[in-house]
Design a protein around this ligand. Sequence first.
Ligand SMILES: [Zn+2]
Length: 549
Amino acid sequence: MTSSGVFYRKWRPQTFNDLVGQEPISRAIRQAIITGNVSHAYLFCGPRGTGKTSTARIFTKAVNCVNTTEGNPCNNCTICISVNEGNAIDLLELDTASNRGIDEIKSIRDKANYAALESRYKVYVLDEAHMLTREASNALLKTLEEPPAHVIFILATTEPHRLTNTIISRCQRFDFRRISTKIMVERLRKIAAAENVSVDEAVFDAITRQSTGSLRDAETLLEQAITSFGSPLTIQDVNMLLGLAADERVRDLIGHILAGNVTNSFKLLNQLSTEGTDLVQLQRQMVDELRDMLLIKFGGSELVVQPSEIVEKQSHMIMNIEQETILVTLRAIGQINSRMDMPSTLPLELAILSSIQNSSTNNSSDNLEVDSVSNPLKRSTVETPVRLNPNPEPKNESLAIEIANTSNTNYKNTDSGTSQGNPRERDSTLKEEWPRIIKALSRIKARRFNMGALLRDCWEVDLDGETLRLGFSHKSHMERFMDEIDNPESKRGLISTICDIAGTNLPVDVSCYLLNREGDAKKPKDNALVQAAINLGGNIVEEREELPQ
Ligand SMILES: [Zn+2]
């Protein structure tokens, strides 16, 4: 049975020559071993999966091996074999993330005083060394200041800035680089050939892009794919495994957005979502694609990591597109906060709308095509076609929007005389500005949660007298949001952001409720997305109830 990580262990580099992408480091360490100029403390810094622990193991073998060649271990003597098999007595690896206290360090200190049992040097590898407590760090520092002659410490960390300067100054430091795309593809190709698996060339690119410089992640993904699909391994298999959309379809989607076609963008986006595309992945793919196009537009096509026929296709697509349009779109898609998972297509839809809106204002061209948005959110049975007003009024001059045939007449006439306009106008302004409000709140650091992100789950926004009423579709989001605005400072921040953007002095209070799915289906589709379409100058001209099939 193949378990995850087998490739990684099997293909783990055994000598400094096998270590890919870190040549300056392996050269320096080999040189130290050849000249016998070995330090007693090393600091290996760098992103995960870049070879820090592999280097520590090769190093342990090399300093103890009885038969080295140019600083490389022989992998044949008992010491080399015991390290390779994971049972070397004189190599002690400590995961500091789970053993971060002073007792562990004290015990290491005590044991370090005894001579190595089998070999010349005892090597202690402290992984994620930045996780040590302050007391543990101080205890470690004492040992580093006067290390026993037969002991070598290797501190590995992804976050060197969290180590104290006194510790750093005691160590010889090596900074591991992210593995380049080219080197990673070569490595994966070599593994696939050795495993006798036929793999589409596009698979290597997809896995490499996914692994963002971590060779370990790339090897693990390749192994998962081979275990799941066997040989031949196609790009369709890997896209399915990773929840990726096919590159051509991402390119089609970008094409619709750059052409300003809301309808086709939404149709394709929702189709991809229905087919099981991971929306966080899709966002990343869209950003990659737009970045390629921007590079091409600025004459940097040699920086695009794509086959030449793809670069040609991309160049052709953007021939008549302003670079500003690409930039605006890249910004809008890239700014989506995807640290939380993306349960609906709404964040992407809002970003698409806002980029189309912004690029059409920037270019002041007439490339906006909105025929109808046919229930892209599949949220209720009510279909709300939105038509673009052929002569949209300039923003801020007309606060009222014509909304024909809506049943949304739930406005209380409680104008306190403290704010401009009548309540209905204020409510409209609030809704019109809702996407901007969400965007602004996404940038504000709240106490615990990002309010902008939580409000993306908000489907109904109403001003009821002085109270802003927010209807959430997920209980957990609503509870987090309520928890956040329990804090007076967060609540003040929320209200003042809304007032600033909507240009009113209301609301003064906020209340939340959970949308009742059954009742919700009977209501007009009153959500942030339609508001954003209205923002573009659209009018709701008709609401139709779809007959259940
Ligand atoms: Zn050896």
